[in-house]
Design a protein around this ligand. Sequence first.
Ligand SMILES: Nc1ncnc2c1ncn2[C@@H]1O[C@H](COP(=O)(O)OP(=O)(O)OP(=O)(O)O)[C@@H](O)[C@H]1O
Length: 255
Amino acid sequence: MSLLPDLPEVSITATDACVDFPIFDAKSRSLKKTMMGLVGGNIASESKVPIIEALRGITLHLEHGARVGLVGHNGAGKSTLLRLFSGIYEPTRGTAQIRGRVAPVFDLGVGMDPEISGLENIIVRGLFLGMTRKQMEERVDDIAEFTELGDFLRMPLRTYSTGMRVRLALGVVTSIDPEILLLDEGIGAVDAAFLEKSKKRLAELVERSGLLVFASHSDEFLRELCDTAIWMEHGQVKRQGEIEEVLRAYKGHAA
Ligand SMILES: Nc1ncnc2c1ncn2[C@@H]1O[C@H](COP(=O)(O)OP(=O)(O)OP(=O)(O)O)[C@@H](O)[C@H]1O
């Protein structure tokens, strides 16, 4: 962590940050022959062990009020950037300073226990996202109603279908009050009517979050929740700016 003075209360500041993944069990000969594709990070092959340079030279500053969409091809570095912002990854080189309470929403199922009931999972998942037990107890009835799961909320989570689990997870996630909300797309498993209902709650969640970074392949969702965007390519920031402008440049490049 670097010592940067006078940063606002809620902010993300990265300076020349890199994240490398050394791959110890790769077939290095075939890797060297591989052409650089459109998809994926950069593979450095000068060293004995191939290194995937998932993020390279990331320099950016985001403050309270920022609503930033992340776009880019598969493997461009969007999820790795979100993990860097959440503190899950430390930069291999450079610095990343995160100020504020972070709610990382990457995998809706993380933090859920299959053996306990839906109601108990609501509390546990809330704690995992940085809420207190008291806050979650105050919200549990509202979340229960939103999920429309009825008596199933008293059944162990392992008895739920995928869509039922997503309903529960979305109910909890959209009830929290984060300072920094990091969203990775992954809410496709619910039926259309429930998704429509969730969009409103998601929009309200974003409204009360201090700072949002949202990785998605859906232009519609990005436009709904974000006003600026970052286009990632091969682990680098290719473009950053107003959302329509970045989407246009990204789409133009892909065509
Ligand atoms: N744990 C890991 N170990 C090794 N390489 C990884 C790991 N996580 C990501 N990578 C590599 O880092 C690069 C960036 O991956 P990342 O998951 O950040 O991409 P993404 O933009 O989120 O892609 P997608 O749109 O497919 O989710 C890719 O080349 C990927 O192979």
